[in-house]
Design a protein around this ligand. Structure first.
Ligand SMILES: *[C@@H]1O[C@H](CO)[C@@H](O)[C@H](O)[C@H]1NC(C)=O
Ligand SMILES: *[C@@H]1O[C@H](CO)[C@@H](O)[C@H](O)[C@H]1NC(C)=O
Length: 322
């Protein structure tokens, strides 16, 4: 049992809206009430860490765990695991944003924001890694799961474009955990390296996923068939070609050198649809069509430009625009 699993599940509702910001009535009727209810549960569940343990008196989950891992091969339960803190940051943040957007529950939303500020921040351990737990329990050994890097992917709290200290620590963590020996963790590694903007490493894990951990029909192997290797692998390929988190649409962010040319049509970015072609490893052109008239910062090869398009309007960009 993992009390934070519902947070991860409901965060998909935020993502659904982020990819299609025209869904405001669905947010108000379906997504927001569920997310609000879950936040109420967590506000009730969270406790203040005792001052002799955490002088800053952070607000933590307790009991807490990091999925399917144990601490030094014995216990699994502790307080304030990194994935718990990270999921709560996202859930409280996005639920407060929905409340603000809908113009409802302003006291509740500010409660979420102030609680969010008291969650334990990331900690970098003695090995230079992103700590998996509040205490520096991590050993320098391989393991399939890398739950402490949920904030790198699918969340975007660790972003190499904005925070090199956390990014470097995430790289140390991935080095410690090693290659993994199953489908879903291999797909997740491909996702991590896409987000680290390392196309060669992402490609390396995609090759492992397809060569070692896929049946002949391409279903993913996790000892037995398990769909998350397929979903994770598909998202890694998409994220090698196009990313759209933290307010930016990033064209060809992690394209491996062997993918010299290609094209996509109707790819969804958060708030935009993208058609794009590239050749000799460089962008030829990208056409962005706004799904809801929102602003976007578009990044290519180290430079970013800002565009705002009317809903349904398109704009074609070429390398000379950057
Ligand atoms: C949510 O997080 C983003 C990114 O850190 C921040 O800019 C925004 O103000 C937060 N929103 C709320 C309601 O706390
Ligand atoms: C804010 O959260 C606390 C629990 O952390 C709760 O006691 C209080 O009623 C909440 N206030 C609102 C307006 O939701």
């Amino acid at each position: 049992m993992w009390p934070l699993a519902p947070a991860w599940l409901l965060l998909h509702m935020w993502e659904h809206f982020a990819f299609d910001p025209s869904l405001t009535s669905w947010v108000s009727d379906v997504a927001y009430p569920l997310m609000k209810g879950l936040c109420e549960f967590y506000l009730d569940f969270l406790v203040v860490a005792p001052a002799d343990v955490e002088p800053e008196q952070y607000i933590v989950t307790n009991p807490s765990m990091s999925p399917e891992h144990t601490i030094r091969n014995s216990l699994a339960l502790t307080y304030g695991s990194t994935i718990d803190n990270s999921l709560l940051r996202d859930l409280f943040n996005h639920t407060a944003e929905f409340a603000n957007m809908l113009g409802v529950d302003s006291d509740f939303a500010s409660n979420l924001t102030s609680t969010m500020a008291r969650l334990m921040p990331f900690r970098i351990g003695s090995l230079g890694q992103i700590q998996e737990y509040a205490r520096d329990y991590d050993a320098n050994e391989g393991f399939n799961h890398v739950s402490q890097l949920y904030p790198l992917f699918p969340s975007a709290q660790i972003d190499p474009r904005f925070n090199t200290i956390l990014t470097d620590a995430a790289k140390v963590t991935l080095k410690q955990r090693g290659d993994s020996s199953n489908g879903e963790p291999t797909a997740w590694r491909a996702d991590f390296f896409s987000r680290l903007l390392d196309g060669e490493k992402a490609y390396y894990y995609m090759q492992r996923l397809l060569q070692l951990y896929s049946y002949d029909n391409l279903w993913s192997i996790n000892d037995i068939y398990q769909i998350d290797g397929n979903f994770g692998g598909a998202s890694a390929v998409a994220e090698m070609i196009l990313q759209s988190h933290n307010g930016e649409i990033h064209l060809l962010p992690a394209i491996p050198s062997s993918w010299t040319q290609g094209s996509i049509k109707g790819f969804r970015a958060r708030g935009f649809t993208v058609d794009m072609t590239w050749s000799d490893g460089v962008l030829v052109s990208a056409t962005l069509t706004s799904t809801s008239g929102t602003f976007a910062r578009v990044r290519y090869a180290g430079n970013a430009i800002d565009i705002t398009q009317r809903q349904g309007a398109s704009r074609t960009l070429t390398p000379s625009d950057f």
